[in-house]
Design a protein around this ligand. Structure first.
Ligand SMILES: [Fe+2]
Ligand SMILES: [Fe+2]
Length: 326
């Protein structure tokens, strides 16, 4: 059987459990939080006062903080792009609505609230040039992306396991900074988003675990492939209006690194967490090539920590069109 056919078989085999996994890892619409739970209610007279408070508290947060929040929001708002990508993965059948495509839609439904709540908050904050932000979001959706996973479910689930943990870390750190500056409402909002990301991370890691149980060699090689080429953010093609594709991304990630929201050390920590979670070192039922991949992966974090120590981040803020200078 070809590798592709084996993957299709595995996806089909696991599909019978997906319904249960949706129940385990996602929350029904009637029970889950919605963006307005964390925003001023515009039907009430108290609205103006609450908005005024948001605007006052927003003045306490520094320039780099707003840049990071904007970049995070745009990443979340581009979710439709990721949905269409995942719908095209082998074994996910969008037309006949199998378990996998239901997972993808319902996951997207949860994710959609993240961009929504962040967008509304940024709009009310008065700190952000929303028109420039909106243009970047449209560019990002227009430009699409290539995360190097092809249509391979194994690689895609490694990617999402990684990415969900990365978004958990960054929303959680943003929450901590907001709390430190006395902005409890924003802290609460970002903390609850990070909670969603952690659930999603557990779900995708569970998928990978199940694949390891039935197709260990191919799963190991897919994990190795993804780590060798490095996991790139979905917002990798980020750009501001008038610029070339991807030009804003590096400065955005420098900014996140400078304020400690997401660093190159975090990248390696995530890799180590995945290695531990999937118990990579103890997977033995492997072909020769997969054994080599396992041994490579086991040594990778140590090597990467050494490299990340040497990375120098520019000290001064980069001027984005999204946020006016403080
Ligand atoms: Fe999200
Ligand atoms: Fe998520």
């Amino acid at each position: 059987m070809s590798l592709k056919n084996v993957r299709l078989e595995v996806m089909k085999h696991l599909e019978k459990d997906v319904e249960g996994l949706i129940q385990k890892y996602l929350i029904p619409v009637e029970d889950i939080w919605q963006p307005t739970d964390f925003l001023p209610d515009s039907t009430k007279d108290s609205f103006y006062e609450e908005v005024r408070e948001i605007r006052e508290l927003s003045k306490e947060l520094p320039y780099d903080f707003w840049v990071v929040l904007v970049g995070d929001m745009i990443t979340e708002e581009a979710l439709p792009t990721y949905e269409s990508w995942l719908m095209d993965v082998e074994g996910v059948d969008q037309v006949s609505r199998n378990g996998w495509s239901k997972w993808v839609s319902q996951w997207t439904g949860e994710e959609n609230r993240h961009g929504d709540v962040l967008n509304k908050y940024l709009y009310l904050s008065g700190r952000v040039n929303m028109r420039e932000v909106e243009k970047t979001t449209q560019h990002l959706i227009n430009d699409g992306f290539d995360i190097g996973t092809d249509r391979d479910p194994y690689k895609n689930f490694v990617y999402t396991s990684f990415q969900e943990l990365a978004t958990y870390i960054s929303h959680n750190r943003v929450a901590k900074i907001a709390k430190k500056k006395g902005n409890k409402q924003l802290a609460k909002m970002c903390r609850i988003i990070s909670g969603d990301e952690m659930r999603h991370h557990h779900a995708y890691s569970d998928f990978v675990e199940r694949i390891f149980a039935v197709d260990p060699s191919q799963m190991m090689m897919a994990f190795n492939d993804m780590m060798k080429r490095k996991i790139t953010m979905p917002a990798h093609f980020l750009r501001e209006s008038g610029d070339k594709i991807g030009t804003a991304f590096e400065e955005f990630s420098n900014t996140a690194q400078r304020i400690g929201v997401y660093t190159s050390n975090d990248y390696v920590d995530i890799l180590q967490k995945l290695i531990d979670r999937w118990d990579i070192g103890n997977i033995t039922d492997l072909n020769e090539e997969a054994e080599k991949a396992r041994d490579y992966l086991m040594k990778l974090p140590k090597r990467m920590y050494r490299l990340s120590e040497r990375i120098k981040i520019p000290e001064n803020s980069f001027q984005f069109k999204w946020v006016d200078p403080a």
